[in-house]
Design a protein around this ligand. Structure first.
Ligand SMILES: Cc1cc2nc3c(=O)[nH]c(=O)nc-3n(C[C@H](O)[C@H](O)[C@H](O)COP(=O)(O)OP(=O)(O)OC[C@H]3O[C@@H](n4cnc5c(N)ncnc54)[C@H](O)[C@@H]3O)c2cc1C
Length: 404
């Protein structure tokens, strides 16, 4: 077996850049497997981030498997077991199938979820430095061997066998290793969301008309998150006339929810994004791998990014298994991870693009005849959650041991 990594001072098996939904579980799982892991994030934790909050059943099932679902529930965000989608005049009500015995989705605030995930990584033995920005990846003989970082008080480098970019859509790691998109589509929507009091909901609700899509869900502190999606082309106009455009969009797609919102109070600002890119980057290469938004990003309209990040973390750690310190085996593991990632996210990617075109009229026409068929309704909710036959199970690595 070749000693890893080459060069002086190899302190870590893995360096994970980014400490949220992609990075923290990846770091935690590798540390739990017995590896020495360094996790770096430029943000000071706990810190909120731009995102709505829905975690589908395959995601909550992973939280449960990692022993973290009770901690998420203990933050006070309610379980969400049912959902309703209204497309024009057609309404579909139901619930996704449970995954691993877990029935509920959850929608925790991100400053709570991400801090909890980072804590779990530290509990597993990960060395975590927040307020630490990675500025470059060290590459030797075509292989990533570490990172260069900066803090308020200076900078330095650290080396590892594997550098994992979990640093989001604008990934510095992806740029440094030249992981260009291998599949990409132009942005289709823009979105604004806010938190409301006095607008109680107990389930996930989605309302669509042509050109507008609204989603709402219950989160921490008894608040309700309401998000309004618009076509990408309208972004410059929409952002200029907030909050009127947000309320008009809500009224157009969900008049009854708009009425309820008028009786409630919006707390805090509206948050929004006009940069909802859709791409797959290469998932791994010599000495590096990408998880979460760094490797794959899509429109948030299907609320899949957190779940997808958890799944990538689980698959990468499982595929690496005991092979991180052996270059040839690590390369094979990276290839298996790439195949897993592309297979498990393919349908959700195309479904997301289809929904993000905001053609509720077309979807309504397609499904109107089917909504009274219970089997179709179940398949609809399973597909929306990614909990049906498309769910790619995490490979079992329990029998493997990390060599010293
Ligand atoms: C408007 C909106 C709504 C969304 N709604 C949902 C939803 O309801 N459900 C869902 O599942 N997903 C949703 N998503 C997607 C979800 O937020 C992301 O998919 C998810 O946050 C990805 O997690 P990540 O860890 O890969 O990346 P991020 O959450 O982007 O975290 C990356 C981390 O890397 C750090 N970082 C970046 N660069 C560096 C660097 N150079 N050095 C050190 N650290 C660095 C950042 O500080 C950050 O903490 C939404 C997204 C948006 C924009």
């Amino acid at each position: 077996m070749t000693a890893f990594p080459p060069g002086p001072g190899p302190a870590y098996d893995a360096i994970v850049v980014g400490a949220r939904c992609g990075g923290a579980p990846t770091a935690m799982l590798l540390a739990r497997a017995g590896y020495r892991v360094l996790m770096l994030d430029r943000a000071r934790f706990p810190r909120d981030t731009l995102s709505t909050l829905y975690i589908h059943q395959p995601g909550t099932a992973l939280l449960d498997r990692w022993g973290l679902l009770d901690r998420v529930a203990a933050t006070g965000c309610p379980p969400i077991t049912t959902a309703m989608h209204r497309m024009g005049g057609v309404t579909v009500e139901g619930a996704p199938s449970p995954v691993g015995g877990v029935h509920a989705a959850y929608a925790p605030r991100r400053y709570l979820l991400d801090a909890l995930l980072a804590e779990a990584a530290v509990d597993a033995g990960v060395e975590f430095r927040d307020d630490c920005r990675v500025t470059d990846v060290l590459v030797e003989d075509g292989r990533a061997v570490g990172v260069r970082w900066r803090t308020a008080s200076g900078g330095g480098t650290d080396r590892a066998a594997l550098v994992i970019g979990a640093d989001g859509m604008r990934s510095v790691v992806a740029a440094a290793v030249q992981a260009e998109p291998v599949r990409e589509h132009p942005p289709l929507t823009c979105v604004y969301y806010g938190y409301w009091e006095g607008v109680p909901v107990t389930r996930f609700e989605a309302y669509a008309v042509r050109g507008r899509w609204v989603g709402c869900l219950p989160t921490n502190d008894g608040r309700t998150l309401i998000a309004v999606y618009f076509p990408q082309a309208e972004y410059p106009a929409v952002r200029q006339v907030l909050p009127a455009a947000y309320l008009d969009g809500l009224a157009a797609a969900a008049p009854e929810l708009h009425e309820r919102a008028r009786a409630g109070t919006r707390i805090g600002p509206l948050y929004g994004s006009g940069t909802q890119r859709n791409f797959f980057r290469r998932a791994a290469g010599p000495g590096w791998a990408l998880v979460g938004d760094a490797g794959h990003h899509k429109d948030s309209i299907t609320a899949d990014g957190i779940t997808a990040a958890f799944q990538q973390a689980a698959h990468l750690a499982a595929r690496i298994g005991a092979d991180l310190r052996d270059p040839a085996r690590l390369e094979a593991a990276s290839e298996r991870y790439t195949a897993d990632r592309d297979r498990m996210l393919a349908t959700r990617y195309t479904d997301t693009l289809a929904l993000a075109r905001l053609r509720a009229d077309r979807i309504e026409a397609r499904i109107a005849g089917a909504v009274h068929d219970p089997a179709w309704v179940q398949a609809f909710f399973d597909r929306a959650a990614g909990s049906g036959p498309d769910l790619v199970p995490v490979p079992d690595i329990r029998s493997q041991e990390v060599p010293a």
